[in-house]
Ligand binder design. Structure first.
Ligand code: PEP
Ligand code: MN
Length: 457
């Protein structure tokens, strides 16, 4: 080992850890595969397949997240609650990219800061469920756990967990990734051409005027800079896009955990930025065990029942050396609870001087069921949780460094409220999610504008 290599070696390689050491801990939310040999065979097949991301991209994201932690960037993380195999299509992928690009344009312009763009896509196929079984009428079947595990149809055949679905999920993720990379490399994300991102609605939306004014301002600023410098501003031609998903299905994640030459240690190369969901974040659980050993930046969802000392122990476990950009805490308290539950956590982490990126997920604490049976979220609650979080961080002397949203580029009606003031009756019109309700493109843009307005106060 050269002196240089020794210097690069992280001081905190995890002890007693390997990509399968999670098997010694209680693993919640795992499907029961009927055939263990078939599962092992699929894992071997996955281990031989190429990864979806590279370790240097992962390291680049980690640097950007470190910047966000320090207040020099803002994280925008968003996408579907769950991807479906059938939604792996050109239109769905490019529309979702358009919304994220439009939102990041609004944020860059309003916050005067670069935005870290992270999609909830190219692998967001596994879902935690509140019950293992689902009963309809006389029949009880295993719950639907996302397309990577079983099918959503309520039939015995569809609901049997099938390991072959992991191979399909990898292929769908690779196709999604490939298309996103090709679009971005081909100039789709070029700031010179925000018109590429138009989604039919722009002409008739109540927000169109504000957005178009912003686009015109940015266009003018770009032209001004180019006149001054006498050349094109090249770094506007492309932007980075990173991927993230809930790393719930550990046999899949394990198979993509690879040792990278000269990088010291193991990376999950199925995504840049995996997170642990709220239901699987127990300190002594299998997910925390798996996450402590990988070198990706990682995130944990933090719900309203987490106590400050419990959170500090999780921070110690996942980031023992307090490395910048390593750990994001995605808080999802609900608009009615955030003022009560967030401040003690902010205070504990600040008091201990721990380095984390604080992120607000204003979706998952605000889910409710309407009288006509739809799972929905009110736009005003979503906006309120973000706005309150900004104020609570200001009061605690900490910084809200990003948001985590469920959104789509499709014209769905799943969340109520927003500029068009969707009501409960509108949900019937275009409710397409098989899991949680998402912001449609217009509501998403409105959230970006609300963040900018709040920030300017
Ligand atoms: C999700 O992000 O879709 C999710 C299930 O969130 P949480 O773990 O915060 O409930
Ligand atoms: Mn969700």
């Amino acid at each position: 080992m050269s002196a240089n290599e020794r210097n690069l070696r992280p001081v905190n390689l995890p002890e007693n850890w390997n990509p399968g050491s999670w098997r010694l801990r209680p693993a919640l939310q795992m499907p029961s595969y009927p055939d263990a040999a078939e599962l092992a065979g699929v894992q071997d097949e996955l281990r031989a397949l190429p990864p979806l991301v590279t370790s240097w991209e992962v390291q680049a994201l980690r640097q950007q997240l470190a910047d966000a932690q320090e207040g020099r960037r803002f994280l925008l993380q968003g996408g579907d609650c769950a991807e479906n195999f059938s939604d792996c299509s050109s239109a769905v992928i490019s529309n979702r990219l358009k919304v994220l690009l439009q939102m990041s344009l609004v944020l860059v312009h309003g916050l005067r800061q670069p935005v870290v763009r992270v999609g909830r896509f190219a692998g967001q196929y596994a879902k935690p469920r509140s019950a293992d079984m689902e009963t309809r009428g006389d029949a009880t079947l295993p719950s639907y756990r996302g397309d990577i595990v079983n099918g959503p149809e309520f039939s015995a055949q569809a609901r049997v967990p099938d390991p072959r679905r992991m191979v399909k999920a990898h292929a769908r993720s690779a196709m999604t990734m490939n298309f996103v990379r090709a679009l971005v490399d081909g100039g789709f994300a070029d700031l010179h051409h925000p018109e590429y991102w138009d989604l039919g609605w722009v002409t008739h939306s109540p927000l169109a005027h504000e957005y178009q004014r912003m686009v015109a301002n940015i266009g003018e600023a770009v032209r001004f800079m180019e006149t001054l410098s006498g050349s094109e501003v090249h770094n506007l031609n492309r932007v980075d896009f990173f991927t993230s998903h809930e790393a719930l299905l550990l046999p899949y994640e394990e198979a993509f955990t690879r040792e990278v030459p000269r990088q010291w240690g193991w990376f999950n190369l199925s995504t840049h930025f995996p997170w642990i969901g709220m239901r699987t974040a127990a300190l002594d659980g299998a997910h925390a065990e798996y996450f402590r050993g990988i070198r990706n930046p990682v995130a944990v969802k933090v719900g309203p029942t987490v106590a400050p000392d419990e959170l500090l122990r999780l921070v110690d476990l996942l980031n023992p050396a307090d490395e910048p950009g390593r750990l994001a805490l995605i808080c999802r308290m609900g608009a009615g609870k955030v003022a009560d539950r967030l401040p003690p956590l902010l205070e504990a982490v600040r008091r201990e001087g721990r380095r984390v990126l604080w992120v607000c997920d204003p979706m998952h604490g605000n889910t409710e069921t309407t009288s006509n049976g739809y799972k929905t979220r009110r736009f005003d609650n979503i906006r309120s949780e973000i706005e309150q979080s900004f104020d609570l961080h200001a009061a605690a002397g900490t910084r809200l460094g990003g948001v985590h949203l469920e959104l789509t580029g499709e014209d769905v009606t799943e969340c109520t409220g927003g500029a068009r003031d969707l009501g409960e009756v509108d949900l019937e019109r275009a409710y397409r999610s098989t899991v949680d309700p998402r912001l449609n493109y217009e509501q998403s843009l409105e959230i970006a504008m609300a963040i900018v307005r709040k920030h300017a106060q």
